[in-house]
Design a protein around this ligand. Structure first.
Ligand code: CDP
Length: 213
């Protein structure tokens, strides 16, 4: 079973993906990390973030490098990731890796921006996770503060809005819900409630598939 989870920055899709993967015993791929790692490799090589050829080479060479997870999850890397993620050639360079992960016999949970629309358009379960920009910025500020990073709320809210705008406006694989996605607004839900709602959506889909199939 493939579960495709998409949504804007800090919507909680990563947490939900992790919890669903653990619940169903499936492997999980946080595809945002691929774009963060591509940007990180580029910065480490001293290249500008608009160098398309170097970004594509970095994306193709990801498997050969080691990345520090804490560094990948910084604000700086989130912003840099959304710049390289807008390059169609970088996205193309990362497609096989993502589809390869999704094609494991047992299935997989993938989260990102274009999983239900581009990477796994035939996934039987798609969830699009949203929350108000203010709620998302508050959650991200708490997350960053817990890691000892600069967590000024106003700056993070501006980051989140800028990234949403860039991710939604790009012409190639923009952030958007697949037509058959279950829409999950987590603005007023805690993690436990959001997980239960997502799990119910998955189980409804599975029951329907059993009935039809
Ligand atoms: O955790 P957060 O939602 O802040 O970000 P992320 O999922 O790690 O993604 C970082 C950036 O990578 C996003 O702003 C997108 O520009 C890009 N991304 C993408 O374009 N497609 C994906 N499947 C995943 C991430």
């Amino acid at each position: 079973m493939i579960i495709a989870i998409d949504g804007p920055a800090a919507s909680g899709k990563g947490t939900l993906a992790r919890l669903l993967a653990a619940h169903f015993g499936l492997p999980h791929l946080d595809t945002g990390l691929l774009y963060r790692a591509t940007a990180c490799a580029l910065l480490d090589e001293g290249r500008p973030l608009d160098d398309v050829a170097a970004a594509v080479a970095a994306a193709r060479g990801l498997a050969l490098r080691h990345f520090d997870d804490t560094r990948l999850r910084t604000r700086e890397m989130g912003e840099a990731a959304s710049l390289v993620a807008a390059m169609p050639d970088v996205r193309a360079a990362l497609i096989d890796l993502q589809r390869g992960f999704a094609s494991r016999p047992e299935g997989a949970v993938l989260d990102g921006r274009d999983i239900g629309t581009v990477i796994c358009p035939d996934a039987p379960v798609k969830i699009f996770v949203t929350a108000s920009a203010e709620t998302r910025a508050r959650r991200r500020a708490l997350e960053l503060a817990a890691r000892g990073e600069n967590a000024d709320y106003a700056g993070i809210l501006a980051d989140v809005r800028r990234r949403d705008e860039r991710d939604s406006a790009r012409s190639f694989a923009p952030l958007q819900a697949a037509q058959d996605a279950f829409m999950l607004d987590t603005t007023d839900l805690d993690i436990e409630q959001a997980f239960r709602a997502a799990l119910e959506a998955v189980e409804r889909k599975l029951a329907l598939a059993r009935k039809l199939g």
